[in-house]
Design a protein around this ligand. Structure first.
Ligand code: TYD
Length: 222
């Protein structure tokens, strides 16, 4: 039975994942390798409804465990409906966020810790692992500046403040960033960490290099 390639993109909000995933899809297409792009949360009709709940919930408190469970409900649906069938058909799946996001945001950011996230991943996703994860991780300072700009933007749109909120967000994103670093250090075979404050083209080149290398390995082992 053919088996495709499962590639995930990870990083903080505003790290440029969406731009890069599209460029990667175009690059693959030009080489006669069509891919399927999807995102989490979302990516299925049910997933989009779950995403709506998650986005709504941002304005009111949502218990961290409830947030995590919703992320996994979305993921279970995406695996069953989109990811597994595509891989079984031999396709390349490009997924914007996967369980590393839950470990970084809920495990790190919301301080649930890695163990509970990884345990739930084993139960709900059968421990499914991407063949390759591209982690876009500019310096902590640049990441925090982006998060802050995003807050200012939200504040301009909603009229909500504040210094306190910004301070909390800094601490939150710092924990997310650190957890991503921890994941990359723990799984260097799977996770390619693209660090530093690089331009769009430079990041694309590094992504393409990592994917090309993985494609060669897959061809050899097929
Ligand atoms: P989205 O608008 O898709 O953000 P981005 O374009 O940065 O990916 O919103 C997804 C948000 O959900 C993002 O802030 C990260 C968060 N998230 C989690 O907290 N846990 C998860 O498991 C996933 C998949 C996303």
């Amino acid at each position: 039975m053919p088996h495709g390639l499962f590639i995930t993109l990870e990083g903080l909000d505003g790290s440029g994942k969406t731009t890069q995933i599209k460029r990667l899809a175009t690059w693959l297409e030009r080489r006669g390798l069509p891919s399927l792009m999807t995102r989490q949360p979302g990516g299925t009709a049910t997933g989009e409804r779950i995403r709506e709940i998650l986005l709504d919930a941002r304005s009111s408190p949502l218990a961290p465990l409830a947030e995590m469970a919703l992320m996994f409900a979305d993921r279970a649906q995406a695996i069953a409906e989109v990811i597994e069938p595509a891989l079984a058909a031999g396709k390349i799946v490009l997924c914007d966020r996967f369980t590393d996001s839950t470990e970084a945001y809920q495990g790190g950011g919301r301080q649930l810790g890695s163990d509970v996230v990884l345990e739930m991943h084993r139960l709900v996703c059968g421990g499914m692992q991407p063949d390759l994860t591209l982690l876009l991780l500019p310096s902590l300072e640049a990441s925090l500046a982006r998060a802050r700009r995003r807050n200012t933007h939200t504040e301009a749109k909603t009229g909500r403040n504040e210094g306190r909120f910004e301070a909390e967000q800094d601490a939150f994103y710092r924990r997310v960033w650190e957890k991503y670093r921890e994941i990359a250090a723990r799984e260097p075979q799977r996770v390619v960490c693209i660090e530093g404050n690089l331009g769009i083209d430079e990041v694309h080149e590094q992504i393409v290099e990592a994917v090309a290398e993985r494609l060669v390995t897959e061809t050899r082992s097929a």
